[in-house]
Each structure stands twice: as C-alpha cells, then as structure tokens.
Design a protein around this ligand. Structure first.
Ligand code: PLP
Length: 425
C-alpha cells in the first residue's frame, strides 16, 4: 500500500472525504489523489517520492512556481516580525498601490482572504450601492462557495436560479438569475425583464471554471452596454484570470472596463489573500466610510501581503513574454494530436484546456458534451507519466513561468502520450 493510500485512509476518518476542498478528492476521474510532500519550481513531489510537473499550480494561484525565493523570503521576513496585528500596516498600502497601478478599473481596493470572500463582498457592495437585490451570473462560471453564487440554472434558458446545494434557501437563490456564457441575447432579454431590479452582472471575463473559454467577440462589450442602460454594475471576477491572461488581466486584454473587479489566487502568491476594488464612488459605500458592512480579522494579513507584493513585482513584461513563449511551445507541441484525435484546444495566456469534443466549446452546455471517460483515461495516463493535471474536464490547466524549456518538452510528450492512451479504447 502506498503512503498516499495510507494517508487517505487516515484522512477519511477525520476529514469529510479526506480533503479540505472537494475537487482534490479525484471524484471526477476515479482513483486516489497523491498526498504532496513538497514543491520546488514547476514540480511537486508526493509522499511516495513520485515527481510531477505541476500543471495545477494551486489552481492557478502560483505563477512563479513553488517556493520562489523572493516570495519565500518576503513571507518569512514578514512572519518573523509578527504574523497578524488586526491593525493597519504600511505594506497594505504598497500592495493596494501596486494593484491600482496594474488593474485598469481599480481606483480603490480592499483586501480580504479568499476569492469567495472577494466576490461575496463585491456583490453585497453592488446591492448596497444600487439599492437592488437581483444579480445575474453565467452557467459554468464559478464565483466561490457562497449562497447567492452556488446556484444552478433552473429549467428554460433565462431563469431564476435554483439552489446549487442543499443548505441554500430557495429564497436566496431566487435573487440570482442565470444565463449561458457568451450568450448576449439571453442577457439582453433578462435585462429587459429585470433590469430595474438588477444590482449587478458578475462574470469571469475569461471563463476558467468550465475549462479555459474566452469571451466571443462583442460579449464583454455587450455586457458593459447592458449595464450602462440598466444601471446595473458590471463585476469582472478575475480571481482566476487576474494576472494570468496578461499583465493587465482580462479587462486590459479585452479593453472593457468593469465597475468592480475581484482578484485572488495569483495576488497572494500562494498565500491566503484576495482583493476587490473598482470605482472610488462605489468603494466609498464600504464601512467605515459608508454603510455597507464588510470586515475580516485576517484581512490584509502581513505574511500574505508580503508574498503578494513580492509576486506582483516579479510579474513584469519579461515574465509575460516568457509565459507566452512557453504557451506557444505548447500550442505547437499539441497541434498535431489535437487534429488527429478530433479534440479541441484553447489557451488564453497562462491557462489552457484540451476539450474532448471536436469543436471548441463556448458555453457550459457545450463543455458538458465532452467525452468525460476519455478525459479520465487521459488524466490517469498523464499522472502516471509525471504530469499533474487538474482532475476534471471542467477545470483549466495552468502554466507557471518557473517551467524550463526542458520541462515544457516533457509536458508536451507526456500529454501526447496520454492522448494516445485516452483514445486507445
Ligand atoms: C477560485 C475562484 C474563486 C474562489 O476563490 P477561493 O479563494 O477558492 O475562495 C472565485 N472566482 C473565481 C473565478 C475563481 O476561479
């Protein structure tokens, strides 16, 4: 019995499912997850000594690889001076200034501890600032595990949502409206019907939680126009796309300005940190200036803030050039197999997905048509070959700038071999 298996048995007794976040349990692909011992650069090593090239990168949070020296040094330095005060520190201002410099819509920003909290607070702020209750989200987009966003589309195309989990009251879910991603007509119809009650439209400008799917031309611009005409606020949830698809995130890449935006993952450099911000006149509604309440004991935590600053300082033009060079190498290395096996591939900056469907999906119902059995075989073969992928067709795959050319060649050959295994039956 492997050490990972023994640890899983032990974990199952004390942690539901053995994991602290469900997707880690490999339920979608079968088998048991390796327990991780340590990471270095672009690689992780499990407790049985297997070494993998890591394409999960803590679900996109790591852009510089594991234990990058400047991030590590900054976090250790901060921790040695006291790990938390619950009082303001200068470094929080520095991180806020760095974020405002780089995120086009940020005039003011507030720090919190997770992406879930960032979107929860941004939505409350949008409701408080507009005095409206309804929010519109897109099927296939994920905004964290809080009640108003953990919903499913009801029946029909443009509908009120139903709870996406037991424990969420229908009376909460009914304030959320759901439309298909990349379907502007349905959004226009919803806005026609409910526009005067709509507090905000929240969207991943590059969807990453149904595989990596970019916005079709005109989609984000159309959302902007519908918000302008209805008075709803536009929120870009860039918890995943932020600093991953480019130096100015998706809002800079596509040139569409939201009113508010949420960040997480990369901005904490692998430590618990997230942020929400946007127009100053809206942000001024937050307590203690305004009446919309929002708080957090560990918000702006010194260790996470130091790691975030160190990470952002590394994200310069040269780094994005390097990331794009790795991406191009990957595009070329997979193109023959993509054609040969009749699958599809998309990459936006440092995130990509191989979809087991011949035509590239643009929305969630199309992703659901993918051959999930083939994905499972591909995933298993990649893992056995030393390439650690997210264990679901519905998750994006992440590159880190720590990857060497040689490691990228190993990824390409590993994925090509896994694709052959996936299609062998
Ligand atoms: C990961 C993610 C979240 C949730 O962030 P957590 O830190 O896991 O709470 C929210 N929105 C998007 C787009 C994400 O990818």
């Amino acid at each position: 019995m492997s050490r990972s298996s023994r640890l899983m048995d032990r974990a199952l007794a004390v942690i539901p499912g053995g994991v602290n976040s469900p997707v880690r349990a490999f339920a979608a692909v079968g088998g048991e997850p390796p327990f991780i011992d340590f990471g270095e650069g672009a690689e992780i090593v499990d407790v049985d000594g297997h070494r993998y090239i890591d394409l999960v990168c803590s679900w996109g949070a790591l852009m510089l690889g594991h234990a990058e020296p400047s991030v590590l040094g900054a976090a250790m330095g901060a921790a040695s001076r006291g790990s938390s005060f619950g009082a303001p520190t200068e470094a929080e201002i520095e991180l806020a200034e760095l974020l405002i410099e780089r995120v086009p819509c940020f005039e003011q920003v507030r720090l919190c501890s997770s992406g879930t909290l960032a979107t929860m607070h941004a939505i409350r702020l949008a409701r408080g600032a507009t005095g409206r209750d309804k929010v519109l989200k897109f099927s296939g987009c994920y905004h964290g595990a809080h009640d108003s966003m953990l919903v499913s589309a009801g029946s029909g195309v443009a509908t009120f949502a139903t709870p996406g989990s037991p424990g969420i009251p229908a009376s909460v879910a009914e304030h959320t409206l759901v439309a298909p991603f990349n379907d502007l007509e349905t959004v226009a119809e919803i806005v026609r019907q409910h526009g005067d009650q709509l507090a905000c439209i929240i969207v991943e400008p590059v969807a990453g939680n149904m595989g990596a799917i970019g916005p079709v031309p005109g989609f984000l611009e159309g959302l902007r126009a519908l918000c302008d005409s209805s008075g709803a606020l536009l929120i870009f949830d860039e918890v995943m796309s932020g600093f991953r698809v480019g130096p100015q995130s998706a809002q800079g890449l596509y040139g569409v300005m939201p009113d508010l935006s949420t960040f997480g993952k990369i901005v904490g450099g692998g430590y618990p940190l997230a942020a929400f911000g946007g127009r100053a006149d809206i942000m001024q509604n937050l307590a203690p200036v305004g009446a919309v309440y929002q708080a957090g004991t560990l918000s702006g935590n010194p260790v996470a803030v130091a790691a975030g600053i160190a990470t952002l300082k590394k994200l310069d033009d040269a780094l994005y050039e390097r990331l794009e060079a790795l991406g191009k190498q990957l595009d070329e290395g997979l193109s023959t197999a993509v054609q040969y096996h009749g699958i599809s591939y998309s990459r936006i900056g440092g995130m990509f997905t191989l979809f087991f469907r011949d035509e590239l999906p643009h929305r969630f119902d199309e992703v659901q048509e993918c051959d999930l059995d083939a994905f499972g075989r591909y995933f298993g073969a990649a893992l056995a070959g030393g390439v650690y992928l997210p264990p679901s067709q519905f998750e994006a795959v992440f590159l880190s700038a720590a990857m060497t050319d040689k490691q990228m060649l190993e990824v390409i050959s590993g994925l090509n071999a896994a694709l052959v295994s996936a299609h062998a039956n």
